[in-house]
Design a protein around this ligand. Structure first.
Ligand SMILES: CC(C)(COP(=O)(O)OP(=O)(O)OC[C@H]1O[C@@H](n2cnc3c(N)ncnc32)[C@H](O)[C@@H]1OP(=O)(O)O)[C@@H](O)C(=O)NCCC(=O)NCCS
Length: 347
């Protein structure tokens, strides 16, 4: 079952090469995300969801036909994704989207996914730059907390928005782990000599899916079989499983983004395994492509890999995991090199 070893040159797809032509791959120093301004303390700020600027804006559930509208918003705020990824997120969280609409245009959105276990996550909160600062975001947040305020919602936020979320949720957030959103080229993976031979890398399609789901659950805690099949099976994604003595010791996935590629998840049992898997995934994309990923600060391999690539990979935002009531970290958080998604998952 695990006989097919992944080989670098044979697996670089034509599509991967096409999406990373030089003109579209942005250089380090020009991060694809926009930074945000500083906040006021939440307790000092009144909620103003119905300001004049948000009048005529309606909030409704999202549907598949909203993929282009949400992609347009995502591009406008320069989040480094791809329309394929937005479509995949819609397939994964069919009923999770809410859309702010004005005159038939999508002007805002958020994604709130509910797992069967009752766990709720939130993310992909965007208002079109031309409508920002007019109360549309306030309207979306107020509606969300009116509906789900009694739940323990897991999310991630960039630093300036933590106070705002605290204010709209109505109580101090339970803050958890932090990480960085990094972007750049992996020039050097500091693998100790001869360690690679201990492992095999194979395409995820050659692994028994129930084994992979079981392995994923050892990280994510809540089983997510459908979500995983859709995410790993996205046609433009490449997903590899790391095997040690025939047993799953990690897995990861990489796919095209607007600029370069998006890496996530990348989970592995230890530092060497992380490096072997990362090397295998990077070998699947054109050399010197830029990669975007969310790395928890506590990941040991992450620290070594960043040090070895300090001139080519940069941090452009810090993210904070939090829950609205009680944050319980996932048990293998330290083994997570790249989150699957910062919007609809625990890790
Ligand atoms: C964050 C965002 C969705 C807010 O939408 P918006 O329509 O501009 O928000 P509003 O004008 O309704 O303001 C609502 C509240 O958010 C606060 N806020 C808005 N932008 C903020 C920012 N950049 N940093 C901190 N707080 C911010 C406002 O001060 C306001 O708080 P108040 O009620 O105390 O006055 C929008 O700025 C956006 O799309 N940003 C880029 C994407 C992003 O960063 N998303 C969040 C990732 S965690």
């Amino acid at each position: 079952m695990f006989a097919i070893t992944v080989r670098r040159h044979a697996t670089i797809s034509r599509f991967f090469s096409a999406v990373c032509d030089e003109s579209r791959c942005s250089m380090l120093g020009k991060p694809p995300f926009r930074r945000l301004g500083g906040p006021m303390a939440w307790s000092e700020r009144p909620i103003t969801p119905d300001t004049e600027g948000s009048q005529g804006v309606t909030v409704r559930p999202g549907r598949m036909k909203d993929v282009p509208g949400v992609w347009k918003l995502t591009e406008e705020v320069k989040w480094n994704k791809h329309q394929d990824m937005i479509e995949t997120l819609f397939k994964m969280c069919e009923n999770g989207w809410n859309i702010a609409e004005k005159d038939g245009d999508v002007v805002g959105c958020y994604l709130s996914h509910e797992f069967d276990s009752g766990l709720k996550t939130a993310g992909h909160f965007i208002v079109s730059p031309k409508m920002q600062g007019r109360g549309v975001g306030a309207k979306l947040m107020s509606k969300y907390f009116e509906e789900f305020g009694d739940r323990n919602i897991y999310a991630g936020a960039i630093s300036p928005l933590l106070d705002t979320y605290e204010k709209y949720s109505g109580a101090p957030l339970s803050k958890g782990d932090t990480g960085g959103n990094y972007y750049g080229v992996f020039k050097n993976i500091p693998l100790p000599p001869d360690m690679e031979q201990k492992y095999h890398l194979i395409d995820f399609r050659h692994v028994d899916m129930s084994d992979l789901i079981g392995y994923d659950t050892s990280y994510h805690v809540v089983p997510r079989p459908e979500m995983l099949k859709i995410w790993l099976g996205q046609t433009t994604a490449k997903s590899l499983v790391l095997l040690e003595k025939g047993k799953i010791a990690g897995y990861g996935s990489i796919r095209p983004a607007m600029n370069g590629f998006y890496l996530g998840p990348l989970y592995a049992e230890n530092t060497v395994g992380t490096m072997v898997l990362l090397k295998g995934l990077i070998d699947l994309i054109p050399r010197d492509s830029s990669v975007d990923f969310f790395l928890p600060h506590s990941n040991e391999a992450g620290r070594e890999i960043l040090k070895a690539n300090e001139s080519t990979i940069g941090l452009y935002d810090t993210f904070h995991k939090f829950a609205t009531k009680s944050y319980i970290p996932v048990p293998k958080w330290n083994n997570v090199f790249a989150l699957l998604s910062n919007e609809c998952a625990l890790c």
